[in-house]
Design a protein around this ligand. Structure first.
Ligand SMILES: Nc1ncnc2c1ncn2[C@@H]1O[C@H](COP(=O)(O)OP(=O)(O)OP(=O)(O)O)[C@@H](O)[C@H]1O
Ligand SMILES: Nc1ncnc2c1ncn2[C@@H]1O[C@H](COP(=O)(O)OP(=O)(O)OP(=O)(O)O)[C@@H](O)[C@H]1O
Ligand SMILES: [Mg+2]
Ligand SMILES: [Mg+2]
Lengths: 256, 256
């Protein structure tokens, strides 16, 4: 059974896609068969892995409305153990179209049943909102990974995200647990980064990853080459930080 | 008649709220009566201006479902010419509740009719999505200001945002025009910033503001004090950049 992790935070630009792409690549080089599903209509995970959205045959939108199976959308990447289920701009319509349908929040969960045994890890890259697409991901997932940018507005949004987690645990997915809070874009020269980190460590002591992702220009350059940082500049601190995160998640999984 | 400007971009974390708060403050010190409406359920504009969300009596959610007038929500700020219409977490429900109602996209436009003559400028801070809340803002606005972070993923999203602009112009709001594209978080030491700026200038030569917002830590610190950068550190490059932007927008308005 695959470990399905939703990467979600309604605050925009906190590093959800960067985490999905680079954690996925790091798990793949550790020989874990990994699938990343792009649940965001923006499709940044899709292009961040070098796939041209216009040439995609089948995408997540068609899966959610029941037209194709999830397996039909899965594409290979440059890494042997890494695959991706892409999204196209049609996915924007899903938010409105699914509102009035049956089992609207369980579409992704049902679609995953038929393929999850082919993978060790499935990562779900979510859009910056708490709408029906994110709800589908939280219902399908076994755990939630929260990227948290070390900035004031991002910290502010954490409480409402954890409230949403509780609502989903009470309703659609009682088994869902918090995989951890990941500090991203940490800049050690910047007092604000340290303040945010201290505040999170004080409020959520045992829920924050030891691995920290530092601000690193290689992480923002690599998407323009359609590659994870590991393939663009393996020695960069960004690539190394995500390898550390992958090791920590694999270790946590073995202990549970 | 007020100049109503929607500040929108579905890409997350590109500086929409930072632009709404700091452009609003800069227009206010230029003696322009300015209202900022927080159309984002995250409520970052509300707290960025020092308002405690839990103590808000009437908010935008109640306006959109027709319970109160927009005027009843307007609060004063530390700047005489700056007011804010706050949002609370109830606004999250509006996306789903409005889907099946009449004139769902024109609620904000209608609500603005009764108060727009009391202001020179109204700024609409949008959430990071192209859902019903952003659609309400684009239908109510006279123009669209697009903050564009100088990063690859942000550049990628620009085309689909400009497509949405065309759709809204053809359907709900034929008068809507592009006020301009604003480069944000520009870091002159970073090659990627220059590459993105060159690409935007090449593709959209006459639609990009001369004013550029440089990455400046004061802009990310000021929200934790509930103040725009002008009141937190008026000499910072961030505060100065937004004063320049305000001057450029006022000048553009006088020439048209
Ligand atoms: N550690 C880092 N160092 C430097 N840049 C980073 C880092 N992490 C992410 N970035 C850059 O910051 C921007 C925002 O990151 P990203 O797009 O991954 O966030 P997101 O949460 O997925 O955004 P959205 O809410 O739009 O989905 C991107 O341009 C990305 O390249
Ligand atoms: N020029 C700048 N220099 C440094 N930091 C900035 C700058 N502009 C914005 N920031 C910071 O970057 C983060 C993202 O900005 P902001 O929240 O304004 O973007 P947004 O587009 O409103 O995000 P969302 O999509 O979540 O609504 C914030 O923490 C903000 O303080
Ligand atoms: Mg993303
Ligand atoms: Mg915002």
């Amino acid at each position: 059974m695959a470990k399905i992790i939703a990467i979600a935070n309604q605050k925009g630009g906190v590093g959800k896609t960067t985490t999905a792409v680079n954690l996925g690549a790091s798990l793949a080089v550790a020989e874990k068969k990994t699938l990343i599903i792009d649940v965001d209509p923006q499709g940044n995970t899709t292009t961040g892995l070098g796939i041209e959205r216009a040439s995609v045959q089948h995408s997540l939108y068609q899966v959610l409305i029941g037209e194709v199976s999830l397996a039909a959308t899965v594409l290979k990447t440059e890494l042997a153990c890494l695959s991706v289920a892409p999204s196209t701009k049609h996915l924007t319509g899903a938010e409105i179209e699914l509102v009035t349908t049956e089992r609207r929040e369980s579409r992704l969960k049902e679609a995953l049943r038929s393929i999850e045994q082919s993978f060790d890890y499935v990562l779900l890259d979510c859009p910056p909102s708490l709408g029906i697409l994110t709800l589908n991901a939280l219902t399908a997932a076994k755990s939630l990974l929260v990227p948290l940018q070390c900035e004031y507005y991002a910290l502010e949004g954490l409480t409402s995200l954890l409230e949403t987690l509780k609502l989903v645990q009470r309703g659609f997915n009682p088994e869902l647990y918090l995989e951890g809070i990941l500090l991203t874009m940490f800049d050690s020269r910047n007092r604000l980064s340290h303040q945010v980190a201290e505040e999170v460590r004080a409020h959520f002591p045992d829920r924050i990853f030891r691995a920290v992702i530092y601000r690193n220009v290689r992480l923002s350059e690599s998407p323009s080459h359609g590659k994870p940082a590991l393939l663009y500049d393996a020695h960069s601190s960004g690539a190394q930080n995500y390898l550390e995160l992958a090791k920590e998640i694999i270790r946590n999984g073995e202990e549970n």
